[in-house]
Design a protein around this ligand. Structure first.
Ligand SMILES: Nc1nc2c(c(=O)[nH]1)N[C@H]1C(S)=C(S)[C@@H](COP(=O)(O)OP(=O)(O)OC[C@H]3O[C@@H](n4cnc5c(=O)[nH]c(N)nc54)[C@H](O)[C@@H]3O)O[C@H]1N2
Ligand SMILES: Nc1nc2c(c(=O)[nH]1)N[C@H]1C(S)=C(S)[C@@H](COP(=O)(O)OP(=O)(O)OC[C@H]3O[C@@H](n4cnc5c(=O)[nH]c(N)nc54)[C@H](O)[C@@H]3O)O[C@H]1N2
Ligand code: SF4
Ligand SMILES: [Mo]
Length: 745
């Protein structure tokens, strides 16, 4: 086991040069400016451990302060498996979240209509009393199960405890129904286990990785980017399937500019080649999988020639890339991606990805997918939660039975005025999610917000969602608070802590404190047994054989694995957590639920004449809409641009740097114009923009009105019938040179 320590190797690699484009390099420069301040020699640098909240990779790091107690910089923790001592540009820029003078500063109570943005300042006492009173009224009138929590990020746990103690189990995160839900359900029904976060991809040792609409490098999930760079240095080949020439496409051996919405056809053709050319891992398939013969029969006619007509990828390329994967087997990863809610048949697409991995024997193998392990962190002791009279499944009226987790978008449906759901929501607590920008079909979210009896929003910034609150509770940033132990599944089980580096600025508090204060006001004292989070953490850490004192010194602790099962040993007998105990190429649970047990290709709508498909994604220096006003990161990228193919720029008569308006096929016009970027890197049938811009809250001084919002143009949602994920890529836009007049209805 000692050799496993090798995994803690500190990587000396630089992401800057390789994957971060020009603006990223500018950031590297600004970081060195910061470092030059060390000329001043802060001899007594105080460092406090944290883990980053700028995105959900949760890298562990150190916050350094100057002698004067000012936050100076944040750097990665060297023994952390998520970051290997290096933060990404956004993590380094996280200090800007603390300094942002637009932050929420005191509790606020609504004075105008919902959405009107009229608030008055309130004391914590008044604001918390008001939340507790309203939740109690709703619980008494409609039942506690009608209170829903929508949350993304650390505070979710505390408010989940609160609503569960009340008698509601409706706690949803957009990171499932708008992000990785279809992937988790597809892998669960194939391998009996989910991919999890951080993904269990053994990129470091892979020999071939296939990225299907997953743009690692612009998608800056730190450890993955680092491992991919290492793997490329060691000679691994990358196959990128993306209609856009992404940054990683430029580093790839093969770039397959697939026609949007046709990936399942490509996957089926790859499966065909791998099976009919006998390129699969026969021993593995024989020993561990179920349904090979059905699969073989199913893909018989899905030849590369068949797929060519659909995907525009040449048959020769399909064969060549299939062989490239097979040659690397089992050290091959068909990457499952992360934001996978695209066209509504996403679980099926991800099933095809899972099947391809199974055929190549990569699940449980070095260079494929490893078996992660995490620590058994105990929860604070409390009495059992009351059994909810109705559960979140009752809000689905029998739909999406295969989902394992509640769906944020269905909470909206069950909060609408004309909702016929068996469980209808009356109040929302919203924590750390800018729902107006996060859920497609914005009007629906607004209609739900208008219809609710009570809305409390916990946030650090005035955002689009805070405009809809009755009460706004301002949270301090992650640099000013304790939070739960970060307990991540990884190669080595590992924990990390977040300790406040400074006192909360303004009149802000932590979500832990808020949830408890509301709980106490509602007589739920037994569910909040610790008076401070510090005490709770110390108790939990002692149960794990360490302490808050030790963790404050170390930040991260990696433990030995309890099982020597990082990879499946040769010839090992394995029982998978599926109905058959095997890896299910043919899914028995999908069949039982009435869904195609083997993935099929379905045709999707094409853009109408004069319209282009709206494509969107990430930029290395921003996270969703949460960083758009960050003073450090706006310096690097202040607005998003509209990528337009030169052919289209000619047809539309538009040029680089010109501002245009977009109108979707439902007649919705972008609130703000967006700057054109003419580039060959996007296909002629699509336009592309980075998600998270076009902010409409005037309090966001730096980013208000900068760029356009992809979300407001997403009125068409293709829901995945299997698990309810919201397919967001079936939206089409046309380009206007002048702002079109909205039609009077
Ligand atoms: N149109 C469109 N929609 C998308 C996506 C897309 O690409 N395009 N991506 C989808 C994906 S993959 C995901 S995972 C989701 C992400 O969805 P969200 O997590 O909702 O994304 P953000 O826009 O970053 O909103 C985060 C909110 O949390 C607040 N916040 C930040 N830090 C803290 C904190 O410490 N405490 C509290 N209480 N609040 C905090 C921010 O101010 C902001 O209001 O969006 C999904 N929706
Ligand atoms: N810098 C940064 N990094 C992040 C985040 C962030 O906000 N900022 N968010 C994190 C989160 S929560 C997530 S979920 C991930 C998301 O990151 P990814 O899972 O990598 O997903 P997207 O960002 O949606 O990637 C979109 C890519 O899909 C391509 N695409 C569009 N349509 C199609 C199609 O029909 N077929 C194929 N094959 N490709 C298509 C687009 O051109 C684009 O390159 O990023 C994570 N990392
Ligand atoms: S990848 Fe970057 S933004 Fe995300 S947690 Fe790590 S350092 Fe923070
Ligand atoms: Mo996501």
């Amino acid at each position: 086991m000692a050799s496993r320590r090798d995994f803690l190797r500190v990587s000396a690699f630089g992401i800057g040069g390789m994957f971060v484009a020009a603006a990223g390099l500018k950031l590297q420069a600004s970081i060195s400016d910061l470092n030059e301040r060390s000329d001043k020699l802060y001899l007594n640098l105080i460092k406090t451990p944290t883990y980053c909240e700028v995105c959900f990779w949760k890298c562990a790091g150190w916050v350094y302060k100057t002698d004067e107690g000012e936050i100076w910089k944040i750097v990665g923790n060297e023994i952390d498996q998520h970051c290997n001592g290096r933060f990404c540009p956004r993590g380094t820029g996280g200090v800007g979240m603390y300094h942002d003078e637009a932050r929420l500063k005191t509790p606020l109570i609504r004075t105008g209509e919902r959405g009107e943005q009229k608030f008055r300042k309130a004391s914590w006492e008044e604001a918390l009393d008001m939340v507790a009173k309203n939740l109690q009224n709703i619980a008494d009138k409609h039942g506690p199960e009608t209170i829903a929590l929508l949350s993304h990020g650390s505070g979710g746990k505390y408010f989940t405890n609160l609503i569960k103690a009340l008698g509601s189990d409706s706690s949803a995160a957009p990171s499932f129904s708008q992000c990785k839900g279809p992937r988790e359900i597809a892998f669960l029904n194939t391998f009996g286990e989910e991919v999890l976060s951080p993904e269990r991809t053994d990129i470091r040792d892979t020999r071939c990785m296939v990225l299907i609409g997953a743009h690692i490098g612009e998608n800056m999930h730190n450890g993955q980017v680092q491992e991919m760079s290492d793997a490329i240095d060691k000679g691994a080949s990358i196959i990128t399937v993306d209609p856009r020439f992404s940054v990683v496409a430029g580093k790839s051996k093969f770039w397959l500019p697939v026609k949007p919405a046709t990936d399942i056809a490509l996957l089926l053709a790859w499966i065909h080649v791998i099976i009919y050319e006998n390129q699969y891992d026969a021993g593995y398939v024989e020993k561990y999988t179920y349904g090979f013969d059905y699969l073989k029969q199913h893909v018989k006619n899905f030849t590369p020639e068949w797929a060519y007509g659909i995907t525009t990828i040449k048959p020769g390329t399909i064969r060549e890339t299939a062989r490239e994967m097979a040659n690397a087997s089992p050290a091959v990863i068909i990457h499952p991606g992360r934001h996978v809610t695209w066209y509504g048949d996403d679980t099926q697409r991800l099933r095809a990805v899972a099947i391809l991995n199974a055929l190549l024997g990569s699940w449980g193998r070095r260079g494929g997918f490893y078996q992660p392990e995490s620590m058994p962190v105990p929860s604070a002791p409390h009495p059992p939660y009351p059994k909810p009279r109705k559960t979140w499944r009752d809000a689905l009226n029998g739909k999406f039975n295969m989902t394992e987790l509640p769906l944020a978008s269905e909470f909206v449906e069950a909060s609408l005025p004309d909702s016929d759901r068996d469980l209808q929501y009356k109040a929302w607590i919203v924590n750390g999610t800018n729902l107006i920008f996060t859920l497609p079909d914005q009007q629906k979210t607004i209609d739900a917000l208008k219809n609710l009896e009570f809305v409390a929003v916990v946030d650090t910034m005035p955002m689009e969602i805070t405009a809809w609150a009755d009460v706004i509770l301002p949270e301090c940033t992650y640099l000013e608070r304790y939070d739960s132990i970060r307990n991540s599944p990884h190669r080595l089980p590992s924990i990390a802590v977040r300790i406040p580096a400074v006192d909360p600025k303004y009149d802000t508090r932590s979500a832990w404190w808020m949830a408890r204060e509301i709980g106490l006001r509602m007589g739920l004292d037994d569910y909040f047994p610790f008076e401070t989070q510090e005490e709770e953490l110390d108790w939990q850490l002692k149960e794990l054989g360490t302490s808050l004192e030790e963790m404050t010194r170390k930040g991260v602790k990696n433990f030995e694995r309890s099982w020597d099962d990082l990879y499946i040993a040769k010839g090992q007998e394995m029982e998978f957590f599926t109905n058959t105990g095997k890896i299910e190429l043919y899914s028995t649970s999908m069949a039982a639920a009435g869904f195609d047990p083997l993935p099929v290709y379905t045709k999707h709508e094409l853009p109408p004449a004069g319209f282009y498909r709206l494509n969107y994604g990430r930029a290395p220096m921003h996270t969703f809409s949460r960083t758009s006003n960050n003073p450090n990161l706006t310096d690097l990228m202040a607005e998003n641009t509209l990528w337009v193919n030169p052919k289209i720029s000619k047809i539309e008569g538009i040029e680089n740097d010109q501002y245009v308006w977009l109108e979707n096929s439902k007649g919705i016009i972008s609130t703000f114009p967006i700057k054109v970027r003419v580039t060959e890197r996007i296909r002629w049938d699509s336009v592309y923009m980075v998600h998270g811009f076009g902010h409409q809250n005037k309090m966001l001084e730096r980013c208000f009105g900068k760029g356009a919002s992809d979300t407001e143009l997403m009125s068409i949602v293709h829901k995945d019938p299997v698990m309810g994920g919201t397919g967001m890529r079936g939206n089409f836009v046309r380009i206007h040179i002048e702002k079109p007049q909205e039609e009077l209805s």
